[in-house]
Design a protein around this ligand. Structure first.
Ligand SMILES: [Fe+2]
Ligand SMILES: [Fe+2]
Length: 234
């Protein structure tokens, strides 16, 4: 039995309501917020990476909770995996494959890297599909399923951290170096349109709201919670 129940379904709904109310209040005061997130192609891709990293940090926290034999709410675990499936895979990776990777054509300088990135996209998709049913009910005491979920989350977060770091530091800077300003502007317009088409005009903000709710339910609702405590540093 799991004695610790910090991530229970009831706690999740209480926190979800509080976080959602606060965030909705904040959004209603800002009618211009729909356009606040636009930027050039690299900015769009990198802020999407920011969303992905927050979703992956949630999975990392869930992994620690499973290892500590906590009962994990299906809403929290399933919600985190759903954000990975919809935003990271269904939107971000799909946009990269449709609009970003083809920009480099048959360039030998990037071909090998892009082949690896494509393979990792496929692996992330497979891992998310494996995690989906595993995360449907974390309250069960099936230790084999819990170990499998921990392993799959580790594989996904380990790979995705490296994947996005290489895109940020190696591939995306080449968008400025390898293509004309006009083509870059065209790519920016394509990415903006694709994101809006996939989610609707408020999709990005709604995803951030969902992430904030999950973060609050896991006790990582503010950045300061990631800072080591003085006793950790001695
Ligand atoms: Fe990617
Ligand atoms: Fe990416």
């Amino acid at each position: 039995m799991h004695s610790k129940n910090l991530l229970s379904r009831r706690n999740f709904f209480i926190l979800a309501g509080a976080a959602g109310a606060g965030l909705m209040e904040g959004c209603s005061k800002s009618p211009r917020s729909q356009v606040e997130y636009s930027g050039t192609a690299i900015e769009i891709l990198e802020r999407q990476h920011g969303v992905n990293r927050r979703a992956l940090a949630i999975l990392h926290k869930i992994k620690n909770g499973i290892n500590a034999q906590m009962a994990i709410s299906p809403e929290v675990a399933g919600g985190a995996v759903e954000i990975i499936r919809t935003f990271l895979i269904g939107c971000h990776q799909a946009m990269e494959e449709k609009y970003v990777f083809p920009v480099f054509g048959a360039s030998q300088q990037t071909a090998e890297l892009i082949a690896v990135l494509r393979k990792q996209h496929a692996a992330a998709s497979q891992l998310a599909e494996i995690l989906k049913p595993l995360c449907a009910d974390f309250s069960q005491n099936d230790q084999a399923d819990r170990r499998k979920a921990v392993n799959m989350i580790h594989l996904l977060t380990y790979m995705s951290d490296a994947h996005e770091s290489w895109e940020d530091t190696v591939l995306f800077p080449r968008l400025r170096a390898d293509i004309s300003e006009k083509s870059y502007d065209g790519l920016t317009a394509q990415l903006e349109a694709a994101e809006t088409q996939f989610f609707g005009p408020r999709g990005y903000q709604e995803t951030i709201q969902k992430i904030a709710t999950l973060e609050q339910s896991l006790g990582i609702g503010n950045l300061a919670s990631f800072t080591p405590q003085p006793e950790d540093l001695s």
